[in-house]
Each structure stands twice: as C-alpha cells, then as structure tokens.
Design a binder for this molecule. Structure first.
Ligand SMILES: [Zn+2]
Length: 171
C-alpha cells in the first residue's frame, strides 16, 4: 500500500475510531486508559493508529474488542444522531429519527455498522446487526446489510457479511 493511500485514509480511520470508542461503557475497567486525557493518551493513540495503519494490506484494522479485551456488553449499542450525537435513533420506514432533536436521516446506520466492524471485526450476522442497531425486523437488517457493499457469504439464515476494506462503504 502506498503512503498516499494511507495518508488519505487516516482521517477516515481517526474519525471512525473516535466514534467507535465513544460507545465503550464508562464503567468498563479499560475506559480510564481509553479516555486519558482524551479518548486515548497520545502515546497509546499513536501506537493504535500505527497498528491500524499497518494491520494488513487490505486495511481492515484489528478489532478494538481484541486490542482492549472488550465484551459485547461493554459497548453501547444503537445509532448515533448525526446532528446532536444522541445515541438511540429510532427506525421508521424511511430511515432514522432522533427522539432528542427530531432529525431524520436515512443513512445514520452506516456509521453504526462501521463502528461494529471497528469494535468486533470479522463477520456480522443479521442478529448482530439487529442487536447493535436496536431493530426488531430481520428484513430491515437484511436491507441495511445488503445496502452497504459488504461481502456476503452463506445462504439465508446463515448468511454473514464482511467488510472488504475499511472506509470503502461510504455512502
Ligand atoms: Zn438528534
């Protein structure tokens, strides 16, 4: 991978990483490490970024849950409001609605799915998607996952979706 590609992608990684880290439960023992003085101290942040940038040639970073020994219940689920950052937009037929500021957004889930991959890595299932976005309908999750240019594998209920490269699934 050329330096130019890395330089172009680094802001996407940084922005994505900050969003993903903001989902970690503040009562988690690692939270203090992750948030001093900012999200990470400069040394650890540099190390992490370096790790992410060099993780592999397809540029899929090592999952944060592996780096920081996080469990699924250490992480806040839901969709962030792009206007007021409220976590917990609700799904309606045309997209997402923020209960705090009434913003409507049809693509708010993109960031959440990217957060999921940064946090957990590997392959996302329909159930993972429903649990993370707090939606109940299997069909809704299927539509969301199919809209994101992910690599689908397996049939019907066993289908999983993987990120092909981080930052590719831009809207
Ligand atoms: Zn809002």
């Amino acid at each position: 991978m050329s330096f130019i590609i890395k330089a172009r992608r680094e802001p996407i990684i940084l922005e994505g990483l900050r969003a993903a880290l903001s989902r970690i439960d503040p009562t988690h023992e690692k939270y203090a490490v992750l948030n001093t003085p900012h999200l990470l101290d400069e040394k650890n942040f540099s190390l992490l970024i370096n790790d992410l940038l060099h993780s592999d040639k397809e540029f899929i970073p090592k999952p944060l849950c592996v780096t920081y020994s996080l469990q699924k219940n250490d992480v806040f689920t839901g969709v962030f409001c792009p206007s007021c950052s409220f976590l917990g937009m609700t799904k309606y037929r045309g997209g997402w609605r923020c209960p705090a500021c009434s913003r409507k957004d049809s693509h708010a889930h993109f960031q959440a799915i990217r957060d999921w991959f940064l946090l957990f890595g590997g392959k996302i299932t329909n159930r993972d998607c429903r649990e993370f976005l707090n939606i109940s309908q299997r069909q809704t999750a299927t539509r969301i996952l199919q809209s994101m240019e992910l690599h689908a594998e397996g049939e019907k209920r066993n289908r999983t979706y993987a990120l092909t490269t981080f930052g590719k699934s831009e809207q």
